[in-house]
Design a protein around this ligand. Structure first.
Ligand SMILES: [Zn+2]
Ligand SMILES: [Zn+2]
Length: 494
């Protein structure tokens, strides 16, 4: 089965993959609550002949589907094990009509109720569907070519909050793989490289005593005061932390709605970021002290709940080269006049905010010049070209639990065009475009790139050897420090 046949297989089954994407888009379930989306994937994996493992790491909506040709992993004569990662969680406050060119609520009342105000602003409806399509095509490849090996589709919930991949990393799940591959919807067909932040999130729940704010305030103990004092402490702390660290917080409970009550409960969710997990943990411990101090000052109590955390991704140049080769080999989507018109209109809603995208353009003048030309000086509405190859260790702000996978097995990611050029992250525009034919074309392209890459890794074992050697080198002096605390369990906020 050559690459053309892999692409043909994905085209023949394209309706299944785009249907999954559309359904998950409509479910728009929030992190760690993706019950319908997970059920849909599990049913389709079983139908396609994968062996299902449910509730991975004790997480309700985490699962895997695997297929093995030849001896099982670990047995004599067994082939390599390649994992394809899929995500499917949505974001709150982003419900949107498909194909809308201005921000609007869904027309259909039932759909609005079902979405409960959330939407796929990060495109994870497409992310999971393409990864699933790729896993199916790789299964067919292993069957037809009788290549010994295992392909595993991972249903990874809670990428936007919950970090299931990091929880699974704590269990050592990713060590079972010879490589992990994944992608992300975006506005460029581009290999992902470099690194980003490590982080942790901790929820501090203060409890005090209610009292009449005017009558007997001396009997009250304000949990809201505690949250405010903790935040003030944090804002003083900023001067005394390392430059590359940052702290963000969200008050998720300010007590009740009555100012004439001493607020008996209040909660604040903290996110601490640094490049390395070690620095995150150190800073998080100082933030814990702020919570203790605030409780002491106000005579309240504080419950500390560890929510999640992620590690900084490790790039793998060897795998990035294989992805790049496949980005070039797969025929690029062609867009109709209608699609181009829609993209142009949608792009107008953020026009002027984007220059020349990508890490490569920032790091290398020649790449910047090429990108300028490819994008027709930034005027192209859909970046329907493959971004020049660039591999580096540069830092981009942000966090992903793909990072935790990358510390335990060689891992690679890429972006594929599912949105117009420069589309803002986590936006209504992404929700709108993620259920159009532009999104569908992007996810089918991504499925082919993933499947082609896996086929290359199975067929040319030298590639995996090279990727592993690089991985060993990168992890030689620094081992994985899991950001997830030992006794932490997945925690759903709200
Ligand atoms: Zn996101
Ligand atoms: Zn995302």
């Amino acid at each position: 089965m050559n690459k053309q046949k892999i692409y043909q297989y994905i085209d023949e089954n394209s309706c299944l993959y785009t249907d999954i994407s559309h359904k998950v888009w409509e479910y728009a379930e929030l992190s760690l609550k993706e019950y319908k989306s997970a059920a849909l994937y599990k049913a389709e994996l079983e139908k396609a002949g994968f062996v299902l493992k449910d509730k991975l790491g004790g997480i309700e909506t985490a699962f895997s589907g695997s297929y093995t040709m030849g001896p099982p992993p670990g047995a004599e004569g067994a082939g390599h094990v390649i994992g394809i990662l899929g995500e499917f969680d949505a974001l709150s406050g982003l419900s949107q009509q498909a194909g809308a060119i201005e921000c609007m609520e869904p027309e259909d009342a039932d759909l609005a109720a079902e979405q409960a105000g959330s939407g796929h602003g990060c495109g994870h409806n497409m992310l999971g569907a393409a990864s699933f399509g790729a896993a199916c095509a790789v299964k067919r490849f292993l069957e037809e070519t009788k290549t010994p090996g295992t392909v595993v589709f991972y249903g990874c919930p809670g990428e936007e909050g919950g970090a299931s991949k990091a929880f699974l990393a704590r269990e050592g799940e990713w060590k079972k793989l010879d490589a992990a591959i994944t992608w992300h919807p975006g506005s460029m067909n581009e290999v992902t490289t470099g690194t980003s932040n490590s982080c942790t999130q901790v929820l501090y729940k203060f409890k005090g005593l209610a009292a009449h704010a005017a009558g007997n305030p001396y009997d009250g103990r304000s949990a809201l005061d505690a949250v405010e004092l903790m935040n003030i402490g944090c804002n003083y702390l900023r001067e005394h932390m390392k430059k590359e660290c940052s702290i963000h917080y969200a008050m998720i409970d300010g007590g009740g709605f009555s100012p004439n009550v001493v607020q008996p409960h209040a909660s604040v969710l903290y996110m601490v970021r640094a490049i390395k997990v070690k620095d995150v943990k150190e800073l998080q411990a100082r933030v814990d002290k702020l919570a203790e101090g605030a409780a002491l000052m106000t005579g309240t109590s504080c419950e500390r709940i560890f929510v999640d955390g992620t590690a900084n991704p490790l790039p793998n140049t060897a795998l990035e080269k294989v992805i790049f080769r496949n980005l070039q080999e797969v025929p690029l989507p062609e867009y109709s006049a209608e699609e181009k018109e829609y993209a142009a209109k949608l792009r107008k809603t953020w026009e002027g905010k984007e220059t020349f995208p990508g890490l490569g353009a920032l790091a290398d003048k020649n790449i910047a010049a090429e990108v300028k030309e490819f994008t027709k000086n930034g005027t192209l509405d859909l970046n329907s070209f493959v971004y020049p190859f660039y591999s580096g260790d540069e830092f981009t702000p942000g966090s992903t639990d793909v990072g935790d996978v990358s510390w335990l097995t060689p891992t690679v990611q890429f972006n594929a065009v599912t949105w117009p050029a420069g589309s803002p992250g986590h936006s209504w525009q992404n929700v709108s475009c993620g259920r159009t034919s532009i999104g569908d074309k992007g996810l089918l392209y991504a499925a082919k790139v993933l499947a082609g890459t896996a086929a290359d890794l199975f067929a040319e074992t030298g590639l995996l050897k090279e990727a592993k050697a690089e991985f060993e080198e990168r992890t030689k002096d620094e081992k994985y420090l899991c950001p997830i605390e030992e006794d932490a369990v997945p925690y759903v906020i709200g």
